[in-house]
Design a protein around this ligand. Sequence first.
Ligand SMILES: Cc1cc2nc3c(=O)[nH]c(=O)nc-3n(C[C@H](O)[C@H](O)[C@H](O)COP(=O)(O)O)c2cc1C
Length: 371
Amino acid sequence: MKTEICKTLGIDVPIFAFSHCRDVVVEVSKAGGMGVLGCAGFTPEQLELELRWIQDKIGDRPFGIDVIMPKNYVGDDVPDLQAMIPEDHKAWVASVLRKYDIPELPDDYFADGSHHVSGEQIGWTHKICRQLIDTALKYPGMKVLVNALGTPPEDILQTCKEKGVKVGALAGKVKHAIAHKEGGLDFVIAQGHEGGGHTGDVTTMVLLPQVVDAVAPLPVLGAGGIASGRQAAAAMAMGAQGVWCGSVWLTTPESEVSPLPKKKLLAATSHDTVRTRMLSGKPARMLRSAWIDEWENKECPGFLPMPLQGILVQEANLRIDKAQSEELAFYPTGQVVGMTNDERDCRTIVFEMINDYIEAVERLTKTLEEE
Ligand SMILES: Cc1cc2nc3c(=O)[nH]c(=O)nc-3n(C[C@H](O)[C@H](O)[C@H](O)COP(=O)(O)O)c2cc1C
């Protein structure tokens, strides 16, 4: 499973784990892949604690971070984002939470070690992302920076280059991938429609080979709908140098997902996800629940642009999680949720992916043999 990007990054296998959970990051890097910590939702101070822990546990293995620096959004120059949220949106969210009897958060909620922050501090603005990146660049094991929603600015690329950190970004369209190449990125992640989190409307099977051709010889990772070695082999057959997986780690014992959504993820089929603007204002795929369905009701005042939608729903989402509401509980996940029906640990998943990949490649190689 060795490709050029393995040599560039000093990893054994090109299996990249996107996760908001530090344990997943460490376990996948230690298993020979590359753990990448999703930083959205962390303050710079919280990220410092996470990265100190990761650096301490990970030994000499590399890791990365992922930020959400959107290309198009309501900018940092807006002094008070909270004040831009319409009252009728807040009232509607409150009415839905009342309808399902979702209690307020306890007074000591944010003091109990919760990773999340409140209001305008949400990590979807350039101002916060820059602080997160500065924090991460201090750690010697940090070798990869990825941006979810656009080409990172030139000065960030320059600083990363000086520190030997490779920079990539997700692309849901060929034109985004070309912009990343023209912007000077080191690699591109082509993420198809079926993936968890923010995702476009073209599937991985169709998007990936087009991105590979459009940005060649830049390395491309395939993302969206990859949870097994067979799927990794398919991505690599289409020209990818590796795979970038998010959903497959959510049902591991290491994962950050709390018990109720995890139970729902384990039971879900590939038909149980939906793309919605509820979480951030941009389309993201997640497990369907009554909370997601409420946003399609005719009384709903509609979605706000990023980052206002995220600020609008942040506390509601924490309350739903804290209440462990069977009806409302959701979690961002891709269609491969239908393949993750048991709680395997990260290391086992990496090893099974490698074995499954080998079997797939051997099976394909046999098709070349003469009768
Ligand atoms: C719970 C969850 C949260 C995600 N959050 C982010 C994020 O903050 N930044 C990002 O670049 N991608 C994010 N993604 C997308 C992943 O990086 C990845 O592209 C995607 O999960 C791949 O598709 P898969 O879910 O089918 O593996 C998220 C995915 C999931 C499942």
